[in-house]
Design a protein around this ligand. Structure first.
Ligand SMILES: [Fe+2]
Length: 378
């Protein structure tokens, strides 16, 4: 059961700007668009083997669906109530049997006649209801999703001239700066949740997929743990990216007693339980001047006005190691982009030191919002 697509919903009118950002920061490229009764669907490909990146743009600004209610209670999510990472789609050999087995274990699925988002209602798919623990959905299909026209309900469309020119500009910038050859596919996807629901969220995902629990890092001084679930069979993470769940160790509400930092739960308090970042692999290697590829990538992106949280973490000097960095969150998806370079044949997934520093860096993005009670507009 491999991951075959990730789904991100943006606001009406934001899809092209978001894709322009993806063209500069990732290796995903627009392959086909179609329009149904509720959305424009933009399907982006990185390669035939990697998951599709599907951007769903509601047809009007008043669009509301079940995910709206997961955004409006939270100060930083309320201003953009349509914006949300929705979930992933996994390929299964037997769709009906997969659903029946999961239903027999009390998992609940969305009924097509009640699905407002018409892409989710496609007959290729079954989607779970949003998880209580993560607010994400999990989709299943028998298709490998390589036939994009088969995914279209409604008419296919081409990008207009202005959109094409904007994307070509970003594509050209990636090409001329040499970034295109260095940024690979998705390495992992990280969801942030409440600490008292951490085990439930992990066990739920393990039950819904063929992934296994690889391990966890406890970052005591950041009051946080990072829990990693991986596909058991693939040779490269990019073929079916890892799923990571991050939560506080002690809840924020004990802060007046424990006085512990709370960078992970600050995000959840600001945005609700949801996807926090998508990590992309940077090709392992060293430039002629001795710098690592990830240093080169980040330097070029900074010159292209992409903002990052803190500096690159990790050394990658003379033994297996990895270097990582978080961007600031996208104004279109609210997702942070992480870059990760595994050096000298590093076989581990993370290092505890890196995870600790990244948790701290992400916390700085949240800290200024800690005590806001009302909606905050970015
Ligand atoms: Fe990460």
């Amino acid at each position: 059961m491999n991951m075959r697509a990730v789904l991100v919903q943006v606001e009406n009118g934001a899809a092209i700007k978001y894709m322009s950002e993806l063209y500069l920061m990732t290796n995903y490229r627009f392959a086909l668009g179609c329009v149904n009764n509720t959305h424009k669907v933009y399907m982006l490909k990185a390669s035939e083997e990697y998951p599709l990146f599907i951007v769903l743009e509601p047809l009007n600004k008043e669009y509301k669906d079940q995910f709206f209610h997961y955004n409006i209670p939270y100060p930083r999510a309320a201003a953009n109530p349509a914006v949300r990472y929705l979930g992933e789609i996994y390929q299964t050999k037997k769709l009906e049997e997969t659903k029946n087995i999961l239903v027999s274990h009390q998992f609940r699925f969305q009924e097509n006649e009640n699905i407002h988002n018409q892409f989710l209602a496609h007959p290729f798919f079954y989607f779970t209801i949003p998880s209580y623990y993560t607010n994400n959905i999990v989709g299943y299909t028998e298709s490998d999703l390589r036939d994009l026209r088969g995914l279209c309900i409604g008419a296919c469309f081409q990008l207009d001239t202005a959109a094409s020119e904007l994307l070509e500009k970003a594509d050209m910038l990636q090409e001329t700066t040499g970034l295109k050859a260095l940024i690979n596919g998705i390495d992992h996807l990280a969801t942030r949740i409440y600490c008292h629901e951490r085990e439930d969220a992990i066990l739920e995902f393990l039950s819904l997929s063929n992934y296994y629990f690889w391990g966890a890092y406890n970052i005591d001084d950041m009051n946080s743990s990072t829990n990693i679930c991986r596909h058991p069979e693939i040779e490269r993470e990019l073929l079916s990216p890892a799923k990571v769940f991050t939560a506080n160790n002690e809840p924020y509400y004990t802060n007046t007693i424990t006085n512990l930092p709370s960078p992970t739960e600050d995000f959840v308090r600001n945005f609700g339980k949801r996807m926090h970042h998508i990590a992309y692999e940077v090709e392992d290697g060293t430039r002629e001047d001795g710098t690592k590829n990830i240093d080169y990538v980040v330097n070029k992106l900074v010159h292209a006005d992409i903002k990052f949280l803190e500096n690159i973490i990790g050394e990658c000097t003379d033994f297996p190691d990895l270097k990582q960095i978080f961007s600031k969150s996208s104004p279109y998806s609210h997702l942070i982009t992480e870059y990760v370079q595994r050096c000298h044949g590093f076989e581990g997934f993370f290092t505890k030191t890196n995870v600790g520093y990244l948790t701290q860096a992400a916390g700085k993005d949240e800290a200024f919002q800690q005590s806001h009670a009302g909606p905050v507009h970015d």
